[in-house]
Write a protein that binds this ligand. Structure first.
Ligand code: SDX
Length: 394
């Protein structure tokens, strides 16, 4: 009733966590960050509101927000030597591969005491990761297309800075479109945290060994990459491009229902939501707003996505299994409208989810007696048996 998600005490030996950060009601389609709906935060708040809220538990006062925003903004640059790291990757390396490598290496550049028991060091590590992730992501993109990197600017908001670092060129003026920046900010808010999903659980598990926070976040980036998780936004767009037009939808639906066919409707279904993912509803509206702003009648893929959703949600297979669009179903189309290249979709998810990851890592590290995570298993193998010399083996 208090919204504190507690696992069965019997699981404490697996290091399962109690958390007061994010609450999901999968049957009602409700997502709360510290008690506030993601709908309200996306509609009325900005990036710094939700970021401060997840990290510190309350919405900031105006003064707290200004101070927090200054602290995030003034650490957005990265160590110049780190730039050489990016040169070491093959030109067509997937940006997620780059992010796993570079973020994991940050502890070599930002000396933070290994003692995660020091509150000041903890706070500093969380803030540095929030500050630097957009810069690292934009450098990964610029490096992959052979363009000069664009340094962050302290006069821009978090979302504006990211778009500026992604798309500005030294050879021409670049103005961040405020509508696109606001859309980007809402996307960042929607993806910030989501309770104990695969990548967040990975961060908490890695952090529970008292590995440094940069290593823990790098493990979360690796876990997020998979198409069953954060990689789904990239997979949805590739799926929609492959379907191509509404007349191919029945075939896609039939394949998704066929157990012997590995094809799944990407962006559909969820471990927790058994109704519409509230983030998907907001994302669909953001998508329409961006397309309207761009004067596009629509995006053919958006038409395919909406028809696919309509057909699937009237099909017994999906209804019986409570399979609805999740956050990834419309995010790819929206990011495409914002000009984000498909290879960067999951990187953007990682930039946003860093806020949730560091908040959850901090909560884990603040436990009075932090315990190493140790999931148990249901053993299904042989119990003890006598050794068989090779000459006696069949
Ligand atoms: C994210 O955990 C989080 O919170 C994650 C996330 C976050 O913010 O961190 O929300 C982000 O990862 C969203 C999910 C993105 N992934 C996808 O969109 C990939 C496509 N979705 C599926 O792979 C699947 O729905 C999962 C992985 C998301 C959930 O898998 P489950 O737990 O196996 O799904 P389920 O148990 O609810 O499945 C019930 C049935 C099964 O069939 P039966 O064995 O009962 O016959 O539904 C089927 C599944 O095979 N099913 C699908 C399907 N998803 C589930 N069938 C066709 N298409 C699908 N997409």
């Amino acid at each position: 009733s208090t919204g504190i998600c507690t696992f069965d005490p019997g699981f404490t030996s697996t290091g399962a966590c109690q958390s007061s950060i994010t609450f999901i009601d999968g049957n009602k389609g409700i997502l709360l960050y510290r008690g506030y709906t993601v709908d309200d935060l996306a509609e009325h708040g900005d990036f710094m509101d939700s970021c401060f809220l997840l990290l510190h538990g309350e919405l900031p006062t105006e003064e707290q927000k200004q101070c927090f925003a200054r602290e995030v903004t003034r650490h957005t640059m990265v160590h110049e030597q780190l730039l050489r790291f990016f040169q070491g990757f093959k030109h067509d390396a997937h940006p997620m591969a780059i992010m796993v490598g570079v973020v994991g290496a940050l502890s070599a550049f930002y000396q933070l005491s290994a003692d995660i028991g020091d509150p000041q060091q903890r706070e500093k590590a969380c803030m540095r990761l929030i500050s630097k992730m957009p810069t690292l992501a934009a450098i990964a993109y610029k490096t992959s297309i052979g363009q000069p990197i664009v340094y962050p600017r302290n006069d821009l908001s978090y979302a504006e800075n990211f778009l500026h670092m992604m798309f500005a060129l030294p050879s021409e003026r670049f103005e961040v479109d405020p509508v696109m920046a606001r859309a980007m900010e809402v996307i960042l808010i929607l993806h910030m945290d989501h309770e104990q999903n695969a990548s967040t659980s990975t961060v908490r598990t890695a952090g529970s060994s008292q590995a440094n926070p940069f290593a823990a976040i790098a493990s979360g980036i690796a876990a997020l990459w998979g198409p069953a998780h954060g990689g789904a936004n990239e997979a949805v767009l590739r799926m929609l491009e492959k379907i191509g037009s509404a007349d191919k939808i029945p075939e896609a639906i039939a394949r998704a229902k066929n157990k012997s066919d590995p094809f799944r409707l990407m962006g559909f279904g969820h471990r927790v939501y058994k109704t519409y993912d509230p983030r998907a509803k907001i994302m669909r509206k953001v998508c329409h707003d961006v397309l309207d702003h761009l004067g596009c009648r629509s995006d053919p893929l958006l038409e395919v996505a909406m028809e696919l959703e309509r057909v699937a949600l009237s099909d017994e297979y999906f209804i019986q299994r409570h399979l609805y669009p999740n956050v990834d179903f419309y995010s790819g189309i929206t990011l495409r409208a914002l000009g984000i290249p498909i290879s960067m979709y999951t990187v953007l998810f990682a930039v946003a989810r860093t806020v949730g990851w560091v908040s959850q890592w901090k909560e884990m590290a603040e436990e009075p007696v932090p315990r190493i995570s140790r999931p148990r298993q249901m053993f299904t193998g042989h119990m003890q048996r006598p050794y068989v010399p090779v000459e006696e083996r069949a």
